[in-house]
Design a protein around this ligand. Structure first.
Ligand code: UD1
Ligand code: UDP
Length: 371
């Protein structure tokens, strides 16, 4: 049983679901919590996934307690009825943490996809760092994307026999989404010869002053140059929508658009000059597209991308954001160094490895039960 609820979980779980569906020895049960609605449906449509169960929990301005309560109560009857051999969760959302806890309450083993990422700061990102630590406390199988995430798990004394380095399924997903000769309406609004920056920003700890400062810096850089545009697909969270519109409405060259489906997002990312984001998933994808990323956060759980040279963690201070943007825009050498880095997140075959390990685990369990 795969359980997920938000856009990034869906994108990175989709290759695993496709892999399970193509395997005659494994039955797939897909449960979505509906923590996201439209942004989740966009992914389900692209990958042609029909959930078997949908908890439909999303509410406007939902709190962390709302999500946790609704997921645990909603999963109870489903886990009771289906009793899967294994539950798979992905990443670090509140759906991930609550679904793991729910599976534990039902004594069902849990596999954690994208296990072992850490900033070692429980409030950054908030609440994701705590969500992934709690999920790893519950999990039986750990699918670590890199050697570093495996080492993090070992440092916390999780059993080595349950930890596997698989690569990140984000790279698998890109095998479905990245297309040659990509076109989008927003590209027609960007004058010939202009470069454009692709921007996303949504994290809870950035909502408020950090977002306002960052957007002010971006606005000032765009206003000072006549050959630069920004494309910003704005997250549907009302808190984010309000600040984005307050900061950018009426600014020449800044295109606020609806969240993109993932084919469009990857297509536009591939056409952009560089990316500015506080997203986790985008940090993994950008090295595969050879795009520099300015990370709008104080810390990252993805230091592999920083070491590879693609990511620069710049925070949200207005002057720092401006300086980093100008350096990338004005210094071709700096730009090339970031754009030519090698992707450290795997070879696009993580899902195959994960499903093979799950099958092996299920077989072992059956043998154990038969003894
Ligand atoms: C959530 C995850 C975060 C992840 C992000 C990916 C938690 C606590 N946060 O944050 O880890 O990085 O998803 O995007 O699990 N909304 C809609 N339609 C949608 C989606 C969201 O209207 O399709 C609005 C709703 O009003 C909702 C609000 O956005 O209340 C916030 O959604 P929520 O899932 O609570 O937080 P995110 O910031 O999306
Ligand atoms: N993404 C998308 N449409 C958008 C913005 C992002 O499909 O308009 C994709 C992006 O390619 C990545 C994922 O969504 O795979 C990241 O999701 P998000 O930033 O919401 O969450 P995070 O990764 O920060 O948890």
């Amino acid at each position: 049983m795969t359980i997920f609820g938000t856009r990034p979980e869906a994108i990175k779980m989709a290759p695993i679901i496709k892999e399970i569906e193509s395997d005659p020895d494994v039955a797939s049960v897909v449960v979505v919590t509906g923590q996201h609605r439209k942004m989740l449906q966009q992914v389900l449509d692209i990958f042609n996934i029909q959930p078997d169960h949908d908890l439909k929990i999303m509410g406007k301005n939902q709190t962390l307690s709302d999500i946790t309560n609704r997921v645990i109560l909603g999963l109870d009857p489903i886990l009771n009825d289906v009793r899967p051999d294994l539950v798979l969760v992905h990443g670090d959302t509140t759906t991930t943490m609550a679904a793991s806890l729910s599976a534990f309450y039902h004594r069902i083993p849990v596999g954690h996809v994208e296990a072992g990422l850490r900033t070692w700061d429980k409030y950054s990102p908030y609440p994701e760092e705590m969500n992934r630590m709690l999920t790893d406390d519950i999990a039986d199988l750990y699918f670590a994307p890199t050697a570093l995430s495996r080492d993090n798990l070992l440092q916390e004394h999780h059993p080595e026999s349950g930890i596997f380095i698989t690569g990140n399924t984000a790279i698998d997903a890109m095998r479905y989404t990245v297309r040659e000769g990509y076109r989008h309406d927003v590209l027609a609004q960007i004058p010939e010869g202009h470069r454009f920056i692709l921007l996303t920003m949504h994290r809870r700890e950035n909502q408020g002053q950090p977002m306002r400062e960052t957007f002010k810096a971006i606005r000032e850089v765009v206003e000072a140059r006549s050959d630069l545009d920004v494309v910003y697909p704005v997250h549907l969270s009302p808190r984010v929508q309000d600040i984005a519109h307050e900061s950018f409405d009426g600014v020449r060259g800044v295109h606020l658009i609806d969240p993109l489906n993932v084919v469009d997002f990857h297509g536009l990312a591939a056409r952009s000059y560089f990316i500015m984001t506080d997203s986790g998933g985008v940090q993994e994808e950008a090295p595969s597209l050879n795009k520099p990323v300015l990370v709008l956060r104080d810390s990252t759980e993805r230091p592999e991308g920083v070491d590879a040279g693609t990511l620069k963690v710049i925070g949200t201070d207005e002057q720092a954001v401006k300086a980093a943007m100008l350096e990338l825009l004005n210094d071709p050498q700096e730009y090339r160094a970031m754009a030519e880095a090698k992707n450290p997140y795997g070879d696009g075959h993580a899902a195959e490895r994960i499903v093979a390990i799950c099958k092996n685990h299920a077989l072992q369990q059956l043998r154990h039960a038969a003894k």
